[in-house]
Each structure stands twice: as structure tokens, then as C-alpha cells.
Write a protein that binds this ligand. Structure first.
Ligand SMILES: [Zn+2]
Length: 97
């Protein structure tokens, strides 16, 4: 069974979690200030990384909190998890060093 470490609760079974999209996608302060193509990019364009990817997850059947995770999409290994508002862990963490 895959365990995901919730930053609030600790390791829990993956069945308690839900994927919530790519992390660090920044919404414009005022959507009226951006062009249609910039708004379309915000809504629909995602990086679709092969390798370590920053993702947003929710501990839906636990504390219900959203958090970010670095997950290797080729191995399904969770490299790190961190709270919303915290900066993405550095490259050393991503490489498992
Ligand atoms: Zn939790």
C-alpha cells in the first residue's frame, strides 16, 4: 500500500487522498488585466512533467487540508510533501539526497 505523508497528520494510506492538480499555478490578481490567451493558459495549460512534479493534494478522508507534494511521475514515489504557502523544497530533496 502506498503511504502519503500528510504535513498535518503524518503517513496515511493513499486511499484517504485526492489529487487536486498541478501546484504553484498562480491566478491573476484581477482576471480583467490579462489577455484571453493568458487566461486560457492559466485555465488549461499544465506542464505534464515526466519526473518530479509539484502537485496539489487533499487529505479528503482525514484532516481535509490541501497541501503540495513533489511526486515522481515515473515511479509514483512521493519525494516530499509541504504545506500550502511554503516554498517548493530544493533540488537536493528532489534528487533524494
Ligand atoms: Zn491530514
Amino acid at each position: 500500500m502506498l503511504l502519503i505523508t500528510c504535513p498535518f497528520c503524518g503517513p496515511r494510506p493513499e486511499l484517504e487522498f485526492g489529487y487536486a492538480g498541478e501546484a504553484h499555478v498562480v491566478r491573476a490578481q484581477d482576471p480583467r488585466d490579462v489577455s484571453d490567451s493568458q487566461w486560457t493558459e492559466y485555465l488549461y495549460q499544465r506542464s505534464n512533467v515526466r519526473g518530479v512534479h509539484a502537485e496539489r493534494w487533499r487529505h479528503a478522508h482525514g484532516c481535509a487540508q490541501f497541501f503540495n507534494a513533489l511526486r515522481d511521475t515515473t515511479t509514483d514515489h512521493f519525494v516530499a510533501t509541504y504545506r500550502i504557502g511554503e516554498s517548493r523544497p530544493d533540488a537536493a530533496v528532489e534528487a533524494g539526497r
